[in-house]
Design a protein around this ligand. Structure first.
Ligand SMILES: [Zn+2]
Length: 307
């Protein structure tokens, strides 16, 4: 039994708990929407009806919102390629609304990482979500897609390649093999001569080789070779995390990853330890504008992977 005053106190306390809970939910939902991240997320024209919503380098945590988001405005509606981190859906939609009133009808996820599919759940359930079958399998194990949220997993999957739409609205999806993960999709906008690579060309530095999600440093340069050999008519490339660039820069990235692999293979074959390779590798310095923040991690993965 409790008195009126006690009851009132309890109500006040419960009310405070509820307010605190609401505050912490809104903080966690918007924790990465910092001013610098919002500034870095700009909508830019790539070509004609294709745009990119940019983001900072993942090394700048304060300004990071996730990977580049492609926005393709076709007659039937808008296709988005990648949805950044959780909490960024409304920013993506606001940016899209500055260039078109057409509905978002489709999301393509380039791969399984949360900085590329984190805001899938912001969009209505009527939006179709497309990815490679391996990406879907990996995504189904992610925390954010459990239970009720499983409905935001890809509903349309493919294996080798997939064509969506026709004429100038045509989009082609390609899976060329393992690399960053085992389910990376390249998106070609054939009418525009533009290719979006996801994290198969993330930055000018060693790639993140996610072995836990089927990635491979040995296959990475071979997979990029297939892109270079099997696709043509491409002038412009939208990378995973750096500004829009050229086909020649993708060619250069393929050379860089092949060179990285070759260096580790040769050193390991001559009896060097992984530490020896890490301290002696000089590949990035031979590529103008390249950094070496991620070289050690990649070298260790490749060293382990090669027989
Ligand atoms: Zn990734």
């Amino acid at each position: 039994m409790c008195t009126k005053t006690e009851r009132r106190k309890r109500i006040v306390v419960l009310g405070t708990v509820a307010v605190l809970a609401a505050v912490s939910i809104s903080i966690s939902a918007s924790q990465n929407l910092t001013t610098s991240a919002l500034v870095a997320a700009e909508l830019e024209v790539v070509k004609d009806n294709l745009y990119v919503i940019t983001g900072s380098s993942p090394l700048d945590r304060e300004a990071f919102s996730g990977g580049n988001t492609g926005v393709f405005v076709a007659d039937e509606g808008v296709t988005i390629v990648d949805t950044k981190l959780p909490g960024w859906g409304h920013v993506i939609l606001e940016k899209i609304r500055t260039v078109t009133d057409k509905p978002v009808i489709r999301i393509i996820n380039t791969h399984t990482h949360g900085d590329h599919n984190g805001s899938n759940s912001f969009f209505p359930e009527t939006v179709s979500i497309v990815a490679h079958e391996n990406a879907r399998t990996r995504m189904s194990e992610m925390e954010v897609f459990q239970g009720e949220n499983a409905k935001f997993l890809p509903s349309q999957i493919y294996q080798g390649n997939l064509t969506i739409g026709s004429g100038s609205d045509r989009i082609e999806l390609y899976h060329f093999g393992r690399g960053h993960t085992d389910g990376d999709t390249f998106i070609l906008y054939p009418a525009l001569g533009v290719l979006q690579t996801g994290d198969m060309f993330p930055w000018r530095d060693a790639p993140f080789l996610d072995r836990n999600n089927g990635g491979s440093g040995v296959e990475f340069p071979r997979t990029l070779s297939r892109v270079l050999n099997e696709l043509d008519g491409i002038e412009t490339v939208i990378p995973g995390h750096i500004p829009v660039t050229t086909w020649a820069e993708l060619q250069k990235y393929q050379s860089f990853t092949a060179h990285l692999l070759q260096f580790v293979e040769t050193a390991k074959a001559s009896g060097q330890s992984a530490d020896d390779v890490v301290s002696s590798i000089d590949v990035p310095s031979r590529y103008e504008g390249y950094e070496s923040n991620r070289v050690e991690a990649a070298v260790r993965v490749i060293y382990e992977e090669i027989p």
